[in-house]
Write a protein of this length. Structure first.
Length: 256
């Protein structure tokens, strides 16, 4: 996987790591902005001249990572070469694990503001909660695994203010998403039924129809090749893969 960090000259660069060589890192969870706003891999070399709005999220993640003593951080928009179908397939099949293994995961909520928060008593002011409950972040397909996979997820407002984490906001997150508390607390997903997992993604949206299937690969612990343009066939392939994995488990149990 590629990770962002500063080199000895202070430049933002990407370094690729393999296997056990991957250092501790922070991961950013967010919703993508409008076309052309996000920082992509080729923009990193032009960090000083690129003025995309997505840079604010890069800076936010770098700052937060540094505050936790982490030199490296991962952002999906620019740490994956999306021009390579082979790399894209590998990344998607690895995404759940990458979020699970992150030392920190920061959920940046671009539509939740604390600008009007009472600065005289910030801990008691929860004026941001209505926007939190309606945040687009909770409606996207890909953020499902980004919520479940990490041991902890810290939620931040658009100003970069910490709102709480997956544990302190557990009841709110459960109410918003319908995800079982045990799953939010990190219980093995193999202990939840197919119906339960499908219910978690119900109502969530993806830009590409195929991503409705691809965003569930980590949730069901299966791998698939990506075939954009296949439409509804992607979900049927997912269902077959799930059925095959269930048959393997059943056969293994019968042999005991």
């Amino acid at each position: 996987m590629r990770l962002l960090h500063r080199d000895d000259e202070g430049n933002l660069v990407l370094t690729e790591f393999f296997g056990d060589t991957v250092p501790p890192y922070a991961a950013l969870s967010h919703t993508w902005g409008a076309a052309g706003e996000e920082v992509i891999l080729s923009d990193i070399a032009n960090a000083q001249t690129c003025h995309k709005r997505g840079w604010e999220k890069i800076k936010f993640c770098e700052k937060q990572a540094a505050s936790h003593g982490l030199k490296y951080f991962w952002v999906d928009t620019c740490c994956i070469d999306k021009s390579s179908s082979a790399e894209l397939t590998e990344a998607i099949n690895s995404m759940f694990r990458w979020y699970r293994e992150a030392a920190r995961c920061y959920a940046f909520l671009a539509d939740v503001s604390t600008a009007s928060q009472d600065t005289t008593n910030p801990l008691s002011d929860e004026s941001w909660k209505p926007a939190f409950r309606k945040s687009r972040w909770f409606t996207r397909g890909w953020t499902l695994q980004e919520l479940i996979a990490p041991a902890s997820v810290e939620f931040f407002s658009v100003e970069g203010r910490l709102l709480g984490d997956k544990k302190s906001l557990e009841n709110e997150v459960r109410s918003i998403t319908g995800i079982d508390i045990q799953a939010l607390r990190g219980e093995e997903l193999s202990g939840f039924s197919i119906a339960q997992k499908m219910a978690w993604v119900s109502g969530r949206n993806t830009t590409r129809k195929e991503d409705q299937a691809y965003c569930l690969l980590g949730i069901f612990d299966i791998s698939m090749t990506w075939i954009y343009g296949e439409g509804d066939k992607a979900f049927r392939r997912l269902e077959r893969k799930i059925e095959e994995s269930m048959n393997v488990v059943q056969t293994s149990n019968n042999k005991r």
